[in-house]
Write a protein that binds this ligand. Structure first.
Ligand code: AMP
Length: 184
């Protein structure tokens, strides 16, 4: 069983790596960004609410996000664990997630922390070209990461196994580093 959180700044490659790892290890891959974009596309009530927030580069309220993840984790079937990608992003999300892990008896939990410098990140995001990838919005999302999301690391460092991985390099090399670290 693998109970994983992939953590890092916007554009660090969390989604790409989470997809590869989930395929290799038969894990449920929960990308909260993808879940929200699907809601937007389907124009659900949540999607309509989330659309503007995403386009502004801001965070969707914790309560909504915690509800999404709670539902996802409770409904895993025929998988050998999960990987969370894009969640948690705030301290209240991190605390709620820990409580959920306790409630659902999920352990051990491992955190994959992908590190890349800021210039490299901005270049990657501009190339990706999503509608929320304009220079101004990228900057906003990056600031939220520095001011809010990165603080979770201090909270998690002592709670779970945290693995730091250098996120600069080829996709396959980075994937190999993660895989070696997880299975070694
Ligand atoms: P991502 O694909 O992870 O970059 O997420 C895209 C956007 O979805 C973010 O900029 C936020 O607006 C929203 N979002 C995704 N995950 C979360 C989360 N855990 N908490 C709040 N907002 C989120």
């Amino acid at each position: 069983m693998y109970n994983l959180i992939i953590f890092g700044a916007p554009g660090v490659g969390k989604g790409t790596q989470a997809k590869l790892i989930s395929e290799k290890l038969n894990l449920a891959h929960f990308s909260t960004g993808d879940i929200l974009r699907k809601e937007v596309e389907e124009q659900t009530e949540l999607g309509l609410k989330a659309k503007e927030i995403i386009e502004r580069g801001e965070l969707v309220p914790d309560e909504i996000m915690i509800g999404i993840v709670r539902k996802a984790l409770k409904n895993i079937k025929d998988k050998d664990g999960f990987i969370l990608d894009g969640f948690p992003r705030t301290l209240p999300q991190a605390v709620a997630l820990s409580e959920l892990f306790d409630e659902l008896n999920i352990r051990p939990v491992k955190i994959i922390y992908l590190e890349v410098n800021e210039d490299e990140l901005v270049n990657r995001l501009i190339k990706r070209g999503r509608t929320d990838d304009t220079p101004e919005i990228i900057k906003k999302r990056f600031n939220i990461y520095i001011q809010t999301t990165s603080k979770i690391l201090d909270y998690y460092k002592y709670k779970y196994d945290l693995f730091e991985i250098n996120g600069v390099g080829g996709i396959d090399d980075i994937n190999q580093s993660i895989f070696t670290m997880l299975t070694g």
